[in-house]
Design a protein around this ligand. Structure first.
Ligand code: ADP
Ligand code: NI
Length: 222
């Protein structure tokens, strides 16, 4: 199979796999991350095949929904790619991306999550995934996620929290507005690539506008 055929086969696999997701991790999230990663790579010029595979596979086992997600992600990646005849050296590179892509923690201190990602291809995929968590799409995904988990939109009495571990972050579910302070507004400063940083600035400003309009409407002032 050519690289192009392998990418097409991986796309077909995930379209089927993620068809019915409503948590914000559906096929279209994967597709947007794949497109964003390709856009970023136009200036970064890293290995295109690894970038594309990393983007397409980055959510192959979501730690929120899959127990022992790291092990499952590794096994699924190896099975999928070796069945398509992808060479071992490429599979290794994709495994590194899949293992290190997730945000996994809200606290600013945990932005060091970045530093476990060692490859340029991985840094590009991480930027693409983070971009899809912010901006207009980010707002939409976040409220969709909150609704799915039964969280309220907002409660002024419950302030945002900071977290010391991935578990603390994961187990803390308050109202959806808090998620902006616990994760989304922190992402801009953790971007890796110049293109990613530029795109994040615009999406970040959009979220800040959204929040000020939200509070104005909440208080009957707009
Ligand atoms: P990652 O997949 O990078 O580890 P998460 O799985 O924590 O990140 O989050 C992916 C997306 O799901 C977020 O960008 C957000 O839109 C949504 N999400 C996650 N946790 C929450 C939450 N507590 N409240 C609202 N939305 C959330
Ligand atoms: Ni993702």
């Amino acid at each position: 199979m050519t690289n192009k055929e392998i990418i097409a086969a991986v796309i077909a696999h995930f379209k089927k796999e993620f068809a019915h997701d409503s948590s914000g991790h559906d096929w279209f999230h994967i597709e947007r991350v794949w497109k964003l990663a390709k856009t970023i790579n136009q200036t970064e010029k890293a290995d295109e095949f690894v970038v594309e595979l990393g983007a397409l596979l980055h959510d192959i086992a979501d730690h929120k929904f899959v127990a022992d997600a790291d092990t499952v992600a590794e096994a699924r990646t190896i099975t999928l790619l070796s069945n398509l005849g992808v060479e071992a050296a490429i599979i290794e590179k994709v495994l590194h991306i899949v293992a290190n892509c997730s945000f996994k923690g809200g606290a600013k201190a945990n932005m060091s999550d970045n530093y476990s990602m060692k490859s340029v291809e991985g840094l590009i995929v991480q930027d693409a995934d983070r971009l899809d968590a912010i901006g207009a799409i980010g707002v939409a995904r976040t409220f969709a996620f909150g609704g799915k988990f039964g969280n309220s939109l907002y409660d002024p009495a419950i302030a945002p929290a900071t977290f010391n571990s991935a578990e603390e972050y994961r187990n803390n579910r308050t109202h959806t507005i808090n998620h902006f302070y616990e994760k989304l507004l922190l992402l801009k400063d953790g971007m890796n690539t110049e293109t990613g940083k530029r795109m994040a600035e615009k999406r970040h400003a959009y979220m800040e506008n959204f929040l000020s309009q939200f509070y104005a409407e909440w208080n009957g002032e707009a």
